[in-house]
Design a protein around this ligand. Structure first.
Ligand code: SF4
Ligand code: SF4
Length: 370
């Protein structure tokens, strides 16, 4: 670190910011500093591949709230392969991927951005070549290597797999409605290769840089996967409903809703539920963590939460600007107009699970709100 011009004081500051990022006590700063030192010395290897993605999660990660920490993590992780930022290309780059998988088997973390297309032999997303030829318009040409084949090669040697962004974690936009490409969430592909392999899902479209960096740091500091929810998301980032922490929650409770984008919204305080906000069914820490170096977040910018951290996004949380349908609370069969008068605390939290049960065609638990 000294060779890179990082002073002891700066290093401890990074460790303090890391503790804040992970939501840990500042009392743990010495422990975090030790782990960061070990990490810098050990250079844990990372392979980062991209399926059906837009590279938005790569770009978002580079826009970290803590550029110093991002630099430390990204510099001191040995990122052997990352197609958006690496200088090498073509055979040179694919060679690194294959060699690392062989030489560092059991040690590397595999990051996957975008889901995996499985239709038609996976030919919708390929990079590099595999053995053999294929015929195109009567000509024999080298056979492209589908990302599905890369997964079969890279997953067995990975210490853990991180599915980065909603598309990789849950299928997202590529898997919505009639996906002709057979878009499949990373965890489903991994389960077919090795059921015991740890998978961490980081939702978001894009994912927040803290969600990725914090997860990697947690893994390195604790040598273990963070506590995950039922959708394999780290609870430290996806443990609370947006609706619980939203600065417009008082307006929701008071029945003060924005009803038309042309209406005046004094002090930007009116609740966006009727304009399609999915905050009541979305688990993420956006209202408290905020985006772009803590400048703002979706609702703060007067845009409804689209639920991009949820497994139900995109398919089951659209239309984006329509309110959640058929919400019933505490014995009240809503029109939406009644919501603000009855919603409070745990009752409103109940919207989320039951809405998703409804959307996914499952029966809500006995005795719950419909
Ligand atoms: S519905 Fe959306 S805007 Fe309204 S309080 Fe909940 S999260 Fe905030
Ligand atoms: S507020 Fe909602 S739509 Fe915006 S980033 Fe967070 S989860 Fe995604």
């Amino acid at each position: 670190m000294e060779e890179k011009g990082v002073t002891r004081r700066q290093f401890i500051k990074y460790a303090g910011a890391t503790a804040a990022l992970l939501g840990l006590s500042q009392a743990l700063v010495p422990e975090i500093a030790r782990a960061l030192e070990e990490m810098a010395a050990g250079k844990p290897p990372v392979l980062w591949i991209q399926g059906q993605n837009c590279s938005g999660c790569s770009v978002s990660t580079l826009n970290s709230n803590y550029p110093d920490i991002a630099k430390v993590v990204l510099d001191d992780l040995s990122v052997h392969y990352q197609p958006t930022v690496m200088a090498a290309a073509g055979y040179q780059a694919f060679g690194v991927l294959e060699e690392t998988a062989k030489e560092l088997a059991g040690q590397y973390v595999l990051v996957v951005e975008g889901p995996i297309p499985t239709a038609e032999g996976g030919e919708f997303c390929t990079f590099g070549l595999e053995e053999g030829t294929k015929e195109v318009m009567g000509n024999k040409i080298p056979k492209d290597k589908p990302i599905q084949a890369w997964m079969e090669e890279l997953v067995p040697g990975a210490a853990a797999v991180i599915a980065l962004g909603n598309c990789a974690a849950f299928g997202g936009i590529p898997a919505a409605n009639a996906s002709v490409t057979g878009s499949t969430p990373v965890m489903d592909i991994v389960a077919k290769i090795d059921k015991s392999k740890p998978v961490i899902n980081i939702g978001g479209c894009p994912s927040h840089p803290d969600w990725f960096l914090g997860t990697v740091l947690y893994y390195l500091v604790n040598k273990a996967v963070p506590e995950l929810d039922e959708h394999k998301r780290p609870k430290m980032f996806f443990g609370q409903l947006i609706h619980e922490n939203c600065e417009r929650r008082a307006s929701f409770d008071a029945g003060m809703f924005l009803e038309d984008w042309n209406d005046v919204n004094p002090d930007m305080k009116l609740c966006l539920f009727k304009m399609g906000c999915k905050g009541p069914v979305t688990y993420a820490d956006c209202p408290t963590r905020r985006w772009n170096s803590k400048v703002n977040w979706c609702v703060g910018a007067n845009a409804p939460c689209h639920g991009c951290a949820e497994p139900a996004f995109y398919k089951d949380l659209t239309p984006l600007y329509e309110p959640l349908p058929n919400v019933h609370l505490a014995g009240v069969t809503s029109p939406v107009e009644t919501l603000g008068w009855v919603a409070a605390g745990a009752t409103a939290v109940g919207i989320g699970g039951h809405y998703l049960y409804k959307q996914l065609g499952k029966k809500a638990p006995e005795g719950g709100d419909e």
